[in-house]
Ligand binder design. Structure first.
Ligand SMILES: Cc1cc2nc3c(=O)[nH]c(=O)nc-3n(C[C@H](O)[C@H](O)[C@H](O)COP(=O)(O)OP(=O)(O)OC[C@H]3O[C@@H](n4cnc5c(N)ncnc54)[C@H](O)[C@@H]3O)c2cc1C
Length: 434
């Protein structure tokens, strides 16, 4: 492994995932961004349109076909909403509400539960943020060997793995079931460190997310649910890919990698109060790109765009879309640049932004809070009701949260009570019996 590449990889790890430019140039295709944006919406309007088109499939079709992986990369059995949900161009509540307006809960329960998986990982990591920092440190200390490089390039000789490695590079997306196989083969067949696999995904995924990614890799490795590993299996891969792949030589057993002891739980972040009487600047980061749909009535004088927190063109597209909407909503200018200077220029004593869970944006906000404090400006991170109500149930296993879903849907007011659904079927009382 060349020293330069090793250095780039370490730098990328140190920064969380700030800069995909750190990846080898020949791996990047100029058209990747444009093609991926077409298939994975990155504006709110495109996301709402995708959701609308996906809704009819969110019940029986999703339950039956969601794990089938099309080798041609046609992933229409799943919503492909993750890049927008991850940046909150639309909220989890909006997705769930729209789906429940069209289907009884018992019919679309599988899809709703998947949306809650994202919530689960975020809420879980938020209670053990040390895992994120120790993962970054481990990435830095691990050597990026030629074997790691061959795997990232799709040159292992394992057909399914190589195909998906190339798909990831070319599109920025992998189907969930393919992600599970790739992670499992990386860890158990190729014997590579899970941390470098997670770093690879984080650098390339259009929906790259510290919680879902790091914890999913740990889950596959058997580090999340003690001793429960996920072992890829050639027959299952053949079944899910319509017989296209049946890789030989996959590991037949899975030894859980060594890991430091699980850190104890830390309390969830306390609610930060917004002062509605203060002249306010709204700050848009890649963690929440539809603040105008959730913030209370405020005296907003300006919108700032945290373009320095964008790690790639996908983030920048989402931020640009969010800025245009926010500026229109609050009828005020939107600008990028030095955030402290922008706040002072607009005489704002308060900056309101979306709560950033463990990850690079949270670290940047912590540094910004300090700089703002020195100039007498308060930074308030607004926590969405969804997170506030769901995260307390995310400290243990997913099934603990899952059992709370019906109650959470009720308390988040997501069950549509009277409207007939799209097939004309009235949503009777029974649809609340979950
Ligand atoms: C090793 C590995 C790494 C992953 N890394 C990421 C990541 O960096 N970012 C990311 O957003 N997801 C990650 N996932 C989760 C999942 O693969 C993607 O969210 C999903 O494939 C997105 O496609 P979709 O929107 O079509 O999903 P759908 O099947 O349509 O599901 C709807 C929504 O539910 C949520 N969801 C579905 N499955 C999961 C899941 N297993 N975990 C968490 N949320 C889920 C997503 O928000 C998704 O958009 C990872 C999974 C694995 C196994």
């Amino acid at each position: 492994m060349g020293g330069v590449l090793q250095h780039r990889f370490r730098l990328a790890a140190r920064q969380g995932y700030r800069n995909t430019d750190l990846l080898p140039r020949r791996d990047r295709r100029a058209s990747t961004l444009a093609r991926a944006m077409d298939r994975f919406p990155l504006t709110r309007a495109a996301a709402l349109e995708r959701l609308e088109r996906f809704v009819p499939k969110a019940a029986g079709a999703y339950a039956a076909r969601r794990n089938l992986v099309d080798p041609q990369g046609d992933h229409r059995n799943v919503s492909r909403l993750s890049a927008t949900l991850r940046r909150r161009l639309i909220g989890e509540d909006e997705v769930v509400r729209t789906v429940l307006a069209a289907h009884r809960f018992d019919k679309c329960e599988k899809f709703v539960a998947e949306v809650f998986w994202r919530t689960y990982w975020k809420g879980w990591l938020e209670q053990r943020p040390q895992l994120w920092t120790s993962y970054l440190a481990e990435c830095e200390s691990l050597p990026v060997t030629p074997q790691v490089h061959a795997a990232m390039d799709g040159r292992t000789g394992i057909d399914a793995f190589d195909h998906w490695a190339r798909e990831l590079t070319e599109t920025g997306y992998l189907h969930n079931w393919a992600r599970m196989q790739v992670a499992s083969i990386w860890i158990f067949t190729l014997g590579l460190p899970w941390q470098l696999g997670a770093q690879w995904f984080l650098d390339r995924l259009i929906d790259a997310d510290p919680a879902s990614n790091t914890l999913s890799w740990r889950w596959v490795a058997g580090l999340h649910t003690a001793g429960k590993t996920y072992l890829a299996d050639a027959d299952r891969i053949a079944a899910m890919t319509g017989g296209r792949f049946r890789p030989a030589g996959l590991a037949e057993s899975a030894a859980v990698p060594e890991a430091s002891p699980m850190p104890g739980r830390t309390p969830l972040p306390a609610t930060q109060e917004i002062d509605p009487s203060q002249p306010t600047m709204v700050l848009i980061t890649p963690e929440d790109c539809s603040l105008e749909t959730v913030l209370p009535q405020l005296d907003v004088r300006a919108v700032a765009v945290a373009d320095g927190m964008a790690r790639n063109g996908w983030d920048r597209t989402a931020l640009g879309d969010a800025a245009a909407r926010a500026s229109g909503h609050w009828q005020c200018p939107a600008a990028a640049g030095d955030i402290v200077a922008l706040a002072l220029r607009h005489d704002c004593k308060q900056i309101v932004t979306g709560l950033a869970p463990a990850g690079p944006v949270a670290s940047e906000l912590a540094a910004l809070r300090k700089r703002l404090g020195e100039r007498g400006v308060r930074l308030v991170e607004h926590q969405r009701d969804w997170d506030r109500q769901c995260w307390p149930h995310c400290g243990k296993g997913f099934f603990n949260l899952k059992s709370q879903i019906p109650g959470l849907l009720r308390s988040l007011d997501l069950l549509v009570k009277t409207a007939p659904n799209r097939t004309g079927e009235s949503l009777g009382k029974d649809c609340y019996t979950m």
